[in-house]
Design a protein around this ligand. Structure first.
Ligand code: AMP
Length: 193
């Protein structure tokens, strides 16, 4: 069973590559950002709480995020297939919780795919996405906050996973299909080991 974390700054292409990976490997996709945006759209209590953080570019508190992830992993599809975690974990406590939850479920992480993209390109991509989709947090002020949060709270996870030999560095700049081929080459090599 493949369990992959797609890791990278906002705008690094996690969503795009997730779609292609789901198609190739038949994995169950958990995007915590999408889960939260759905709650906001439906106007639920959780959505209201999430919106107060997302609109500022801040992270939702770990305890709440970990509860949400546990719920998402209870689905039948997650139990049957492997999972792509897109946008989770974003902090060290979230990474530790994920390892524990997977262990409880009798499985483990296969690898962490790190999409590495220069900062100017990240900003340009998010501004373009904001203009095309109307995504509320893709405005310049929130984008800069999100990048700051990424560097301070999320980027330390790279070292955490490198230390476990789980981090797979991918050049996330350039042609989408070339990036995908790099990812699958690494995954296929890893799952044969
Ligand atoms: P994303 O779609 O992954 O870029 O997430 C959009 C926003 O949702 C982030 O800027 C955070 O405010 C929130 N969010 C998504 N996933 C997480 C997470 N794992 N921990 C904390 N906040 C999250």
């Amino acid at each position: 069973m493949l369990n992959l974390v797609l890791f990278g700054a906002p705008g690094s292409g996690k969503g795009t590559q997730s779609e292609k990976l789901i198609e190739k490997y038949g994995l169950h996709h958990i995007s915590t950002g999408e889960v939260l945006r759905k709650q906001i759209k439906e106007g639920t209590e959780l959505g209201k709480i999430a919106d107060s953080y997302i609109s500022k570019g801040h992270l939702i508190p770990d305890s709440l995020m970990i509860d949400i992830l546990r719920q998402e992993l209870k689905s039948e599809a997650a139990a049957k297939k492997g999972v792509i975690f897109d946008g989770f974990p974003r902090t060290i406590p979230q990474a530790e919780a994920l390892e524990e939850i997977l262990r409880e479920n009798g499985t483990e992480l296969t690898g962490v795919i790190g999409l590495e993209v220069p900062e100017e390109e990240l900003v340009a991509r998010m501004l373009k996405r904001g203009a095309e989709t109307g995504r509320a947090d893709d405005n310049i002020e929130t984008i800069l906050n999100r990048l700051n949060v990424y560097h301070t709270q999320t980027e330390p996870l790279k070292e955490h996973y490198q230390g476990k030999g789980a981090y797979i560095r991918i050049n996330g700049l350039g042609d989408t299909d070339r990036i995908f081929t790099d990812i699958t080459g690494n995954i296929d090599g890893r799952s044969k080991k």
